[in-house]
Design a protein around this ligand. Structure first.
Ligand code: BTN
Length: 315
């Protein structure tokens, strides 16, 4: 009933009397009042004026399924959304659901994570109500060798969404860090279940430091609030990211990755720089000159010799 009442308010630009709601939703006036009080406890703000009724003034910036879906311009990403107040990691939950056959586009999000995972066994700071911690289950019809590019694709989506919602110019550090003014604001983690000849599912995990105070973040990290000097709506940003994710993901399965890789190159803060990559094979140094067709970074050393790296940390 709370959802019906909320829907009623969202469709009314003016004050609505308790009597009108009671009549239209066929519940008692006492039930209307009780539901509005419950909604207030959940962070919804109502103005109440005698003889005029109630008006919905503000919704809480909480990642609730019905709020995310309200205005979400997608076909399948976010059709199913599970939101948790606290969870160990949205990756674990999404992977379990993926194994159980969850539909493509299922979204798992949380207000906080107790064991947020980063790349290469690191942790991801996930303080309550401050950031976006979300995992999306995809079932691509892509060859295994192309799946790594979904990480780059997601980086493009996050970067463009941040730049659309702020006047900031975020960039991408290979392979998947989104930076603002050179400091990390978002990270992407991709996990998958595959056989040699078939990808069963992919879980794309996105962590964005939205309104996170610096005191909750590692030293080289930042948040959108810190760089933009004001809080932004996590709901709006999440919807923007999910919309872009569906658009680009749909595009690459039909037309391939060429446009996404070009867009990644435009947003990159890595290309053209002298970098050192450390991975399980050791260290290589050179100028980052290109991305290869599989999303690997191409380095050119001082003698003009080129090497490609598919993973690792850039220094
Ligand atoms: C990285 O840059 O190291 C990747 C960070 C990925 C963090 C996100 S938050 C949502 C999802 N759940 C997790 O436990 N990790 C990813």
């Amino acid at each position: 009933m709370q959802l019906k009442i909320l829907h009623y308010f969202k469709n009314s630009s003016d004050y609505v009397s308790g009597e009108e709601i009671s009549r239209n939703l066929k519940i008692s006036r006492a039930a209307v009042w009780k539901n509005i009080e419950e909604l207030r406890k959940r962070g919804y703000i109502f103005d109440a004026v005698p003889h005029m009724g109630y008006k919905l003034k503000a919704i809480p910036d909480k990642l609730l399924t019905h709020e995310i879906q309200n205005g979400l311009m997608t076909r399948f990403v976010g059709k199913n959304i599970e939101c948790y107040d606290s969870i160990s990691s949205t990756m674990e939950k999404a992977f379990g659901l993926g194994l159980e056959g969850a539909e493509e586009g299922t979204v798992i999000c949380a207000e906080s994570q107790t064991k947020g995972k980063g790349r290469r066994g690191r942790s991801w700071s996930s303080p309550k109500g401050k950031g976006i911690y979300v995992s999306v289950i995809l079932r691509p019809t892509l060859a295994l060798r192309d799946v790594a590019k979904l990480t780059l694709l997601t980086g493009v989506c996050v970067c463009e969404a941040v730049n659309t919602m702020t006047n900031l110019k975020s960039t991408i550090k290979w392979p998947n860090d989104v930076l603002i003014n050179g400091r990390k604001v978002a990270g992407i983690l991709t996990e998958l279940r595959a056989e040699l000849d078939q990808v069963r599912f992919v879980v794309v995990g996105i962590g964005i430091n939205v309104n996170t105070p610096l005191s909750s973040l590692p030293p080289q990290a930042t948040s959108i609030k810190q760089e933009f000097n004001k809080s932004i709506s996590r709901l709006d940003l999440l919807r923007e990211v999910l919309k872009r994710l569906e658009e680009l993901y749909t595009e690459v399965q039909v037309k391939g990755f060429a446009r996404v890789l070009n867009r990644w190159k435009e947003l990159s803060s890595t290309l053209g720089k002298t970098i050192r990559i450390v991975d399980q094979n050791g260290e290589v140094e050179g100028i980052a000159v290109d991305l290869d067709d599989y999303g690997g970074i191409v380095l050119e050393d001082s003698e003009g010799k080129r090497v490609v790296r598919m993973s690792g940390d850039i220094h």
